[in-house]
Structure formats: C-alpha cells, structure tokens
Design a protein around this ligand. Structure first.
Ligand SMILES: [Ca+2]
Ligand SMILES: [Ca+2]
Length: 234
C-alpha cells in the first residue's frame, strides 16, 4: 500500500515536471505616476498637483475630452520570472478613487499605446488619445455615492504588455455630446487614495521534454522494484 502510494506520488511528480505546475499569487501595485490631460490648456502639464486634477470626460469644449493616464511599475513581478519560466496572468483589476462628477456617466479604460511617458512632461498635446479601445466601462452615479473607489476589469490585457516591466492605462469617456466630466484622485493628493492594480498571476515552469520525464518515471519504478526484490529476499 505504501509503495503504491510512493509510485503514485512519483508519477504525479513526473507529470508535474512534464506539463508544468503553478501556484497563484495576488499582488497590489500602487500607481507609479499619474497625470490629467486638459484640452483647455493643451500645452500645460498638471502633474504634482495637490488638487484633484485627474480629469476624465467632456468639459464642454467641442470635441475635446479630458483624459487621465496612469503608469504602473511591474518590476517586482518581472524579476521573479526565471529564464525557463513564463508569466500567466489570471486577472487584473484597475482601481481608482473617484472624487467628483458633474453628471452620472460611463468611464472607460484603455491600454496605453506606449509606456515611454513622464508625468512631469505629459500634456494634452503630446499624450491625448494614445490608448487602445475600451477594455471595460463603469457607470458612475450618485447612488450610493460617487465619492469612493471604482474597479475596472482589465484582465484581457496580453501578458506581453507586462513583460517589459511597466504598463500604462488611460481613463476616458466615449463622446456623448453631454457636458459631463469626472475627477479622480492623483497620487500626490494625500497618498491615501492612489490608483492601484490588483494582479493575480502564476509563474509557470517550462515543461521538461516528454522523453526526459518518462526516463525519470522509469528510473523511479525500477528503483522501487529493486527495493521490493531486496525486501522479499530479507
Ligand atoms: Ca501625478
Ligand atoms: Ca508594457
């Protein structure tokens, strides 16, 4: 009974080596930098403000729409991946604190098309619209209160977007013609309500080639048979 248990354990171990195994990890990563983009002052930079200046929405200026961008440093995750391992992202949630709105409405999230930006130099004219299509949309209204955290599901982002150690998201709105804008809390404001990502992921060992793992299993079984023969003689 004990030997069959050992054989079963060895077999499962070899299967694990062959096909890889994983243990999920969940981390929270606070925003590295954030900045609001303002079409009313298209060359001005609004980083470092202690005011609530992460705009999103329609300020009532024709086709111009506020956007805000958020960058996250993923170095801690990436440095934990060995040369023979791969990253598997199970889920990513983006969370930001909503401070104010003029009207209820949807706020979209998109992936930045580049991670090469600096919150100290980003402006409406050099950064507006540099994002992909909406990944998720959240309706923000006054019930029960819009003064709180909101979550966007961005799990559909490809793992490759994380592997360079940085990821950028934009909050924006789909133009509706309605004068409606939102304010989210920047990292500089109080440092209590910064945006953050919650990432659930696995680091998966590369599988051992099948013949090699079968060799391991064969060796284990042969060893057990030898042990059994010796035990019988004694
Ligand atoms: Ca900032
Ligand atoms: Ca990236």
């Amino acid at each position: 009974m004990r030997k069959s248990l050992i054989v079963t354990t060895l077999f499962l171990l070899c299967l694990g080596i062959t096909f890889g195994y994983a243990s999920a990890t969940t981390v929270q990563i606070t925003v590295d930098q954030d900045v609001g983009l303002n079409p009313n002052s298209p060359d001005a930079n609004y980083n470092g403000s202690t005011l609530k200046y992460l705009w999103v929405g329609n300020p009532g200026q024709g086709a111009k729409y506020y956007e805000s961008m958020f960058g996250f440093d993923l170095t801690d995750i990436i440095t934990g991946i060995g040369a023979d391992e791969t990253l598997q992202v199970n889920s990513i949630t983006f969370t930001a604190w909503h401070n104010y709105q003029t009207l209820a409405g949807n706020v979209e999230i998109g992936l930045g098309t580049s991670d090469s930006w600096n919150a100290d130099t980003a402006t409406w004219n050099n950064s507006f619209g540099k994002h992909g299509a909406s990944l998720d949309s959240v309706y923000i209204n006054s019930n029960p209160s819009w003064y709180r955290n909101y979550d966007w599901d961005v799990s559909s982002v490809d793992e490759n977007e994380l592997l360079d150690g940085y990821i950028t998201f934009y909050l924006f709105t789909t133009p509706t013609g309605t004068h409606n804008w939102h304010l989210f809390e920047p990292e500089e404001y109080g440092a209590n309500n910064e945006a953050y990502l919650t990432i659930d992921y696995d680091i998966i060992p590369s599988p051992v080639p099948l013949p090699a793992s079968l060799g391991l299993l064969a060796s284990a079984i042969a060893g057990l048979l030898l042990l059994k023969r010796k035990t019988t003689r004694n």
